[in-house]
Ligand binder design. Structure first.
Ligand code: KG4
Ligand code: ZN
Length: 333
């Protein structure tokens, strides 16, 4: 069969994304319009503003992904679209665009789970060896999975409250840095002392692989209340706060590694952009196992990962004319 082209769309939060993937599973184009600057002045993502911007941008983003792939809309043979979890108003924009294209081209449209998309992002640039232990760490999710192949996996740990990215974003807000907090804290933390203050890491019990981050931002608040002159040590405080998040993630990853003895480790999601997490993970598993982390463009929300997940499931997906759009996490397939 000659090469075919598929379109993937992702609009679950504040990035408007479109990608073209071919029938061999290769990413041909990947376009992201980030609304981060728009939401920066509000200190977080406002769902109505996000969906308004998706509506305004979705057409041009799809158009650009077609142009970059050097194909026309009529050549697209399948559409993959994120249907959850995410902000309902935002998901609806992507799903409506996907359904419209499927009607115009008379082609199937398939719903793709956003978290499964993040997992699939590790397969874009790397040949993963199984069984693999995967940490998905983003603004909305902090979960660990054991993957036995690209289709069979079990959830083995989850956050019981905030996600790690949320801890970065809330911490940055408390420190007066703006949104999105992760990248700002990451920048401030470079080349400064990381053990200036030891923020507490939540202990979830000897056998638990769960995470908890809500106490961390409270301890940051207490620290700032007690130390009125904290601003002069802003960088060290940010670095210490980041260290607590990174160490908490790595502690559980090491625990899971000992328990499941995987043949590789995958780390993905927006927080996987964090330079300290990337270097400490490499260090922690040096001489133990391979660590696969996607390049930055595939860690944060993007449509290439949705296309890749669609490609992985291609033969298992049924044509779904009708499908649910959902905001909360669901059991993954
Ligand atoms: O995967 P993503 O784009 O969206 C969700 O699915 O949530 O992740 C966004 C999260 C935000 O919380 C942001 O602060 C965090 O990823 N993030 C980072 C970095 N870059 C983005 N966190 C830590 N360090 C970074 N360099
Ligand atoms: Zn995401």
């Amino acid at each position: 069969m000659s090469e075919e082209y598929y379109l993937a769309i992702e609009t679950s939060c504040d990035e408007t994304c479109s990608s073209i993937i071919n029938s061999d599973g290769n990413i041909i184009s990947n376009v992201v319009f980030s609304q981060a600057e728009i939401h920066n002045k509000y200190g977080g993502v406002l769902p109505d503003i996000a969906s308004k911007n998706h509506t305004e941008k979705i057409g041009v983003v799809i158009e650009e992904s077609l142009q970059k792939a050097n194909i026309e809309l009529k050549e697209v043979k399948k559409v993959f679209v994120t249907n959850g979890p995410g902000l309902i108003n935002c998901l609806m924009i992507g799903v409506t665009a996907a359904r419209t294209i499927s009607l115009i081209n008379q082609i199937p449209v398939y719903p793709i789970n956003h978290v499964e998309g993040h997992i699939a992002s590790c397969f874009i640039e790397h040949k993963i060896t199984f069984p693999a232990l995967c940490l998905v760490v983003s603004g909305g999710h902090t979960s660990m999975f054991m993957l036995y192949n690209s289709k069979e996996f079990n959830l083995i740990g989850n956050t019981v409250d905030d996600a790690a990215g949320e801890a970065f974003d809330k911490g940055a807000k408390i420190l007066g840095l703006g949104y999105p907090g992760g990248i700002l804290i990451d920048k401030l933390s470079k080349n400064v002392k990381k053990d200036f203050y030891k923020f507490p890491i939540a202990k979830m019990g000897k056998n638990s692989l769960n995470f908890s981050f809500s106490g961390l931002k409270t301890s940051l608040k207490y620290y700032l209340d007690k130390n009125k002159d904290w601003e002069k040590n802003l960088n060290q405080i940010a670095a210490s706060y980041q260290e607590a998040i990174v160490d908490s993630l790595l502690e559980n990853l090491l625990k899971a590694f000992k328990k499941f003895n995987p043949s590789s480790i995958m780390i993905t999601g927006g927080v996987a952009c964090n330079s300290r997490l990337r270097s400490k993970a490499e260090e922690a598993f040096k001489n133990k196992t391979k660590v696969f982390i996607p390049s930055i463009q595939y860690c944060t929300d993007n449509a290439a990962m949705i296309g890749k997940r669609g490609f992985q499931l291609e033969n298992d997906l049924n044509l779904k004319g009708e499908f649910e759009v959902f905001s909360t996490s669901k059991k993954l397939v």
